[in-house]
Write a protein that binds this ligand. Sequence first.
Ligand SMILES: [Zn+2]
Length: 415
Amino acid sequence: MPDQSIKITGPFRQLLTMDKLPLKGSLKDAQLEIIEEAGIVHQNGLIIETGQFKSLCTKYSFAGITIQPIDTDLIVLPGLVDPHTHICWAGSRENDYALRLEGKSYAEIAQSGGGIWDTVNKTRHASGVELNKSLISKSSRQLSCGITTCEVKSGYALNLEGEIRLLEIIKAVRQEHPIDLVSTCLAAHIRPRDFEGTANEYLQYLTMMLLPLIKSEELSNRVDIFVDEGGFSAREAENYLKAAKKLGFDLVVHGDQFTSGGVHLAVNLGAKSVDHLEVIQSGEIKILAASDVVATALPGASLGLGCTFAPARRLLDAGCCLAIGSDWNPGSAPMGDLLVQTAILGTFEKLTNAEQLSAITFRAAQALGLNDRGILKKGYLADFIGFPGRNYREILYNQGMLKPRFVWKRGAQFF
Ligand SMILES: [Zn+2]
């Protein structure tokens, strides 16, 4: 029998609800709703009310209430949302890293047997048990870092059976792990070397053979494509994304990491988000700001490759909805620590605490099309995390190294 009792958790030194903030544009810390000596009332994994702990205890002082007392200073936020990862893979790419340090280019590394294709080979040959174990371990690390919702892409098999297998593994882990995993099909990562045909023919093959199967097996409702050098051109991607949209998928675009083209496509086709944006130009920032497409920055990839960051300050000032993802992957972003990367991007791009925290809570949820999390208010998921401390500014000031002491997922405490 699931526990149906009403619970009050608290008191918390500070509770940041992330409520009443705009979805788009710049934010000042003064706009944050902060409740001192706060509590959260929740039942069946959903929030009933937030407010001052003492008055909540009085209001709900009838029978059947469980008070979950907290006897230490905690700063509480909504559970974090990582809207962009590739954490279903096998192998390791430390040799690519060493070659990058020697100044080798992406193409040279790929030619010498490294790059995405190396991970594809290792992932194809890994057992399901191995991949499952690895995804569980990464999901557990995410949860311990306060991430209660995490997007995971396929894209390291690049053939029909392999991509289905990865999406099935993600589905299996989602069913057994407390973290919420949101799967995305990234079979259009690169054209696989063993596919006999053009990039267009590969995308047609995915459209005809893979996407309908994913739909009928309910393995994912999101389709992503890498629109860039080494991936697919905007022209090639357009037909593929149109076909995916027709089949009912939500769209996501890896765009403007090295070359432009992805933003127009994402806006024209009404994608949920366009991710990377390191080389986005002023005109495209304007177009993006006028749309409902979320701009997802991936500072982990900039750190991994030694490239510039996405212009997060300019994106916010223009009125974009900015999310931040870890891009956790074996090649360009092996660190996979969303909070550290957010704090680093915040320092370089001069983002306020409010802007950084929004980008990894409700604005990141928007990138995943989820409107039931990322804010602590009535009816939303009781996903919340508590950092040791007395002032919310301590969190990012510590550059991501202050980790949550407690993590609650759907009202249940995991750490
Ligand atoms: Zn990515």
